[in-house]
Ligand binder design. Sequence first.
Ligand SMILES: [Zn+2]
Ligand SMILES: [Zn+2]
Ligand SMILES: [Zn+2]
Length: 380
Amino acid sequence: MTRALGDIVKDILVHKGAVIEDYGQCIDVLANPQIAETLAIPELTHLCLHPGTDTEDTKHLTYDSELFERFSGLFEGKGKLSQVTITPQQVSNEKVIAMLPGKITLNNAVFKHKDTGIKIISYLLLFFKYTALSDEKKEGIVQLLINESNLSTSVIEGGANAVIDVLGELTERNSKDQLEGTKHIVLQAAHKSLESIIRTELTDMIRSLNRRLNRNIERVTDYYDAMITEARLREQRKGSDDTATKTEDKINAIKTELKWKTQDLISKFALTVKTELLSAVRITSATPVFLISINRRKGVREFPISYNPILKRLDTLPCEYCFSPDKSYYICDDALHIVCKKCYSECSKCGKSFCSVCYPLGCPKCVRKLNSAEGAEALT
Ligand SMILES: [Zn+2]
Ligand SMILES: [Zn+2]
Ligand SMILES: [Zn+2]
């Protein structure tokens, strides 16, 4: 889903006009004077994408390296947010309308196409870096594209190339220092989506952390259990009241130590994830927008879906809770929210499905029951 640092670096160098010979983990770079000066490298450099000791003409690029810091210089003056306008795509609206039933799957509702119009739509292309830190470290870059009008998100997989091509075609460009004028709700949706993307990215790491944590806790518990058994056996052999009290004190001390050791292990294997917005591009284009009307029971809701001129396909519907793209959606009864399977989940206690947008605190039935039980307890 995310791309390796090396691939992005290669794309940036080529985009900025360098000629590269790609050997996978290392590349030969023939840099133009601007790149050479900004990165402080000779015009012909052997660049390795792994840690190592730099020499005159061999440089190593890692997230911690000075060279990585200098890469941002290649975009200096461009600001954190760039704005581009792209030429509209030629799209056959009839073809897209005919494709709608195959592209949108609603599990508990129906929809029909209502209207089509050309609208100016803006997308934010966001580049995030994440660092997951525990007893090991994992880093990556996520490229997220979000439609600012309806919050439909897409993860750009495996190719900044497609995006760089689009940016190459731009007809107008200017820069700003920050995400000025960006609606709070857009950034909130982007962060929620980022959260679930990173969680998926880290699935293996989290699984391995839990496995190792459990194994370590088991080992420590076995060790201290053996110490307790040993203390009891020793007491049985001696058998006076005085030793019984001493043994209980000793066992309590052992139990306390086990508690501390377990806590230590939990902190050692705890995972913290930091994210950083590297840059953003607002891409604006005129594009066809297809209005659909969604019917769930007696409720009706209209929703616009745009033809995405950057990915050259129809946008997916957004899950209005986690903002991750999914294959099929559910429509909630109360407000007709569009939610993915995860966010229209069955309550683990009563088995009833509920909408996470309407009830972010959990199943409304069970939360109410829990609150009234707590209330009753507080009164007694
Ligand atoms: Zn969701
Ligand atoms: Zn419930
Ligand atoms: Zn809802």
